[in-house]
Design a protein around this ligand. Structure first.
Ligand SMILES: Nc1ncnc2c1ncn2[C@@H]1O[C@H](COP(=O)(O)OP(=O)(O)OP(=O)(O)O)[C@@H](O)[C@H]1O
Length: 224
């Protein structure tokens, strides 16, 4: 299987008062095309920091990143934004939907940013994530957490990204809803071959993935 995303010795530190805290300390990761990988680790181990770097939202202090066979450079923000908008979908813990837009408008948003509004695709995605089109005109404040996250997943899939990065997507859901959401992601992963990286504290969620990587001491350790 080909590699879609690779890091070589990435480092990231934050300055806190007088101290410098190293969060990622020469971390290597190889993600194969079409796999679904869980990243686990205790609170503060750096999962979100790592996902931000893997999603090209922030730059490591040192090290290299290769995505879709190209080395990422950080000098040209427009090019970086293009790669992100075109190839990477994001799902966050707090859904990050826009309250003033209805469900279908929220899902369509990435296609509008790319100047190609596509309502038909948004409605297809709504079905794909298991919500059904009867919810299409509803506003986020009227939906449950599980429904909100399904809308957020549909929005992440709007540009048919090669990679979906999900940062604790089930942290606000109960166990049954969490498993349902990740089952849906898994079905999409199997049917579309899109690659998923999911940070999670949940063993149930992690066990539904192809591989589990543990982040500790600034490095990743594979669970066999
Ligand atoms: N912009 C920042 N400036 C300073 N410190 C930061 C910054 N971002 C993260 N940190 C610190 O880096 C460490 C790792 O944070 P991160 O959010 O990546 O961990 P996490 O594993 O995702 O945690 P959680 O499971 O609680 O979400 C924490 O100690 C955090 O306070």
């Amino acid at each position: 299987m080909s590699i879609i995303l690779e890091t070589k010795s990435i480092k990231k530190s934050f300055v806190s008062g007088q101290r410098t805290i190293t969060i990622l300390n020469g971390l290597n990761i190889e993600i194969r095309k079409g796999e679904m990988v869980a990243i686990m680790g205790v609170s503060g181990s750096g999962k979100s920091t790592l996902l931000h770097i893997l999603g090209l939202l922030s730059e490591p202090d040192e090290g290299e990143i290769y995505f879709l066979d190209s080395k990422i450079t950080y000098k040209n923000e427009n090019k970086l934004a293009f790669i992100r908008n075109r190839y990477i979908g994001f799902v966050f813990q707090f859904y990050s939907l826009i309250g003033e837009l209805n469900v279908v408008q929220n899902i369509m948003l990435p296609s509008m940013i790319n100047n190609k509004p596509d309502k038909k695709k948004a409605l297809e995605l709504l079905e794909l994530v298991g919500l059904g089109t009867e919810k299409k005109d509803k506003y986020p404040s009227t939906l449950s957490g599980g429904e909100l996250q399904r809308v957020a997943i549909a929005r992440a899939l709007m540009v048919s990204p090669a990679l979906v990065i999900a940062d604790e997507p089930t942290a606000n859901l109960d166990k049954a809803a969490s498993i349902d959401i990740v089952k849906t992601m898994r079905e999409i992963n199997h049917s579309t071959n899109q690659t998923f990286i999911i940070a999670t504290h949940s063993e149930d969620v992690a066990n539904m993935c192809d591989r589990i990587l543990f982040l500790s001491g600034g490095l990743l350790h594979e669970k066999n």
